[in-house]
Write a protein that binds this ligand. Structure first.
Ligand code: SF4
Ligand code: ZN
Ligand code: ZN
Length: 313
């Protein structure tokens, strides 16, 4: 993050603390925070992500991205008195890492006066990510903990959102996360790639939106720091054994060398995505949720069944 000693390009008064390399702007602390919230507001409006009367379930983890999103939506939603904000936290069973994240998230939501609801993998599926990992079941299946965690978390969030009667789920995926996921999809040879974090309405499924999809991760980190948001700074014990971690490192280096690359990728990829996304609204025979076209059972139900069988052997 570049530290500079010039005046802010917005107010032309205070000293700039951040140089936005991809746009050439220099921002002071106050203008930076204001501008970031404004950009999230514009993202919501550009993609039509929220309705004035939405009951928004924000997926929080206790990390900087999700708590920053919660704080920004809290500010933005002040202009929409018919909307409601609540937080959902999923305990995947990641030992002390998740326990401390839950504690941080609960104290922050309490400070903002936002209700928080908790669900756990143990209660929903009968096992945690760490238990499945330690049992050797994931190794037998040839998958990483993040694959299990990601697929089951999506299912848990949907379940939680239904229980609290939310009309939309907001996740804290940043520009970096969205680009990483698109690239991972391509590297895995996926042919049916869905747009991420846009409001795709479906009569039975609660839409998932990503209001931070145009904000780089490092700007969210700076926002959290400047706002004094008490986020959990530890990283998940399984982060470093995921394929995503390698893609993340590559993209971070690339963006540092060639500022603006993430935006360029997102922009061109989303122009092409219509050709890649073939739709397909088939339903899982077990849980009734959508499956990729051609599948009778969704990936989550398939994994739950396989992990349970392997753990009970
Ligand atoms: Fe789950 Fe992987 Fe994220 Fe850890 S790093 S919370 S295991 S998806
Ligand atoms: Zn300024
Ligand atoms: Zn299913």
């Amino acid at each position: 993050m570049a530290v500079i000693t010039e005046r802010c390009s917005f107010c032309e008064d205070r000293q700039a603390i951040y140089f936005r390399r991809y746009s050439g702007e220099k921002l002071c602390s106050k203008c930076f925070r204001k501008n970031l919230v404004e950009r999230v507001r514009r993202t919501i409006s550009k993609y039509d992500l929220l309705r004035p009367d939405d009951r928004i379930a924000v997926a929080v983890s206790g990390g900087k991205d999700s708590l920053s999103l919660l704080k920004m939506l809290y500010e933005i939603e002040q202009d929409f008195p018919r909307s409601e904000l609540l937080a959902l936290i999923i305990d995947e069973g990641l030992d002390s890492y998740r326990i401390s994240g839950i504690k941080t998230a609960k104290s922050f939501t309490k400070k903002l006066g936002i209700p928080i609801y908790e669900l756990s993998f143990k209660n929903l599926y009968g096992f945690t990510v760490s238990e499945a990992f330690r049992s050797g079941a994931l190794k037998s299946l040839g998958i990483q903990p993040c694959t299990l965690c990601g697929v089951l978390k999506r299912k848990a969030l949907l379940r939680g959102a239904k229980e609290v009667d939310a009309s939309v789920i907001a996740t804290a995926h940043t520009l970096d996360d969205v680009v990483q996921t698109y690239l991972l999809n391509l590297l895995r040879g996926e042919s049916n790639i869905k747009p991420i974090g846009l409001r795709n309405e479906s009569s039975e499924v609660i839409p998932r939106i990503a209001p931070l999809r145009l904000i780089p991760q490092r700007e969210i980190a700076l926002y959290a720091y400047l706002e004094g948001i008490p986020f959990q700074s530890r990283t998940c014990p399984y982060t470093h054994i995921s394929m995503r971690d390698e893609v993340r490192s590559f993209l971070t280096l690339y963006e540092r060398e060639y500022p603006g690359s993430l935006y360029a990728f997102l922009s061109i990829f989303e122009k092409l995505i219509d050709r890649l996304y073939q739709g397909g609204e088939e339903r899982c025979e077990i849980c009734g949720e959508p499956t990729s076209s051609g599948r009778r059972i969704c990936r989550a139900c398939e994994l739950i069944d396989s992990v349970k069988k392997l753990m009970n052997r």
